[in-house]
Design a protein around this ligand. Structure first.
Ligand code: SAM
Length: 287
């Protein structure tokens, strides 16, 4: 919704920054970071390094998980004063397992102008080169730190028909993969993306059993940042096919003995499938 003061108000830009390779910054991101009045950053020291690399000098405001909610009023005030503000995180797209959600939600509700400046994000970067299904995927973020919580979270996804995507750090990679192995079994198909866009970028693809072995075999494999992608649960098509043929068998046997209408009625009771559907199927069988 627009309001009368819209013209005077500033814009909050959500600016994506590289996830490793500094050359991945976009021209629009550089232009935006150069032109805003101030930049809210997850860690001002990290962002200062990026800005120095880009030759940009700017006022930086710390905005992280612990002060984000308290900062909402200040940011709203600056925007009302007509300032343009950028929000960045340490790497990738803000709000994606990074601070910014509370701020954006509150400012959106206050009808401020919020403009995304797209760029890198580890999830899409990893998925684009994984070779797993991309038509349906679920982003699961970081798993809980404790084994019980982690197991519970994974058990909830055991039948997931989506490619599941998890973020993980070097401290927990072995534990998380071990729990995945426990929950999904050694044969579950997995792709691990490590150190994306960086010098030692690496993709491992195989089974969870192989991945766990690969990680424990070499401590170097446990270093860096990771995206774990689990293949969707096997399609139930085979089961459906089997069920379909047994329903057909029941129907065919009944049709041999009874009029179609009655056969469809009894088959419906036996299988839970609608009477009309079975009647039509029966007609097709008779032909
Ligand atoms: N906002 C970021 C994004 O858009 O991807 C994610 C920030 S989250 C705090 C950091 C996690 O993202 C890492 O622990 C890792 O799981 C993943 N990640 C970030 N950069 C990565 C990279 N270069 N290679 C692999 N994973 C990465």
């Amino acid at each position: 919704m627009l309001n009368d003061t819209e013209e005077k108000q500033g814009t909050l830009y959500i600016v994506a920054t590289p996830i490793g390779n500094l050359a991945d910054i976009t021209q629009r991101a550089i232009k935006t970071l150069s032109s805003v009045d101030r930049i809210c950053a997850e860690d001002t020291r990290n962002t200062r390094k990026l800005l120095t690399h880009l030759g940009i000098k700017k006022t930086l405001i710390a905005l992280h998980d612990h002060n984000e909610v308290q900062k909402i009023d200040s940011v709203a005030h600056w925007l009302r004063e007509g300032e343009n503000i950028a929000l960045v995180s340490d790497a990738g797209t803000p709000l994606i397992s990074d601070p910014g959600y509370h701020l954006v939600k509150a400012l959106r509700e206050m009808d401020f102008q919020i403009t995304p400046i797209p760029g890198a994000s580890a999830i899409i970067t990893a998925l684009s080169a994984a070779g797993l299904a991309t038509n349906k995927f679920s982003f699961e973020g970081f798993l809980p730190a404790k084994e019980t919580g982690r197991k519970q979270a994974l058990l909830a996804n055991i039948e997931s028909p989506y490619t599941q995507i998890y973020y993980e750090s070097s401290h927990r990679i072995v534990h998380s993969v071990a729990t995945m192995l426990d929950v999904f079994g050694a044969d579950k198909k997995v792709v691990l993306a490590r150190e994306l866009t960086k010098l030692y970028e690496q993709f491992f693809h195989g089974t969870l059993g192989d991945l766990h072995q690969w990680l424990v075999d070499d401590k170097m494999h446990q270093k860096g940042e990771f995206v774990i992608m689990l293949a969707a649960a096997e399609s139930k098509k085979e089961d459906n096919d089997t069920m379909h043929s047994s329903v057909e068998q029941v129907l065919a046997t009944l049709i041999d003995e009874l009029p179609l209408k009655q056969a469809a009625k009894i088959a419906a009771k036996l299988t839970g499938i609608s009477k009309n559907k079975l009647y039509k199927q029966g007609l097709a069988l008779q032909k």
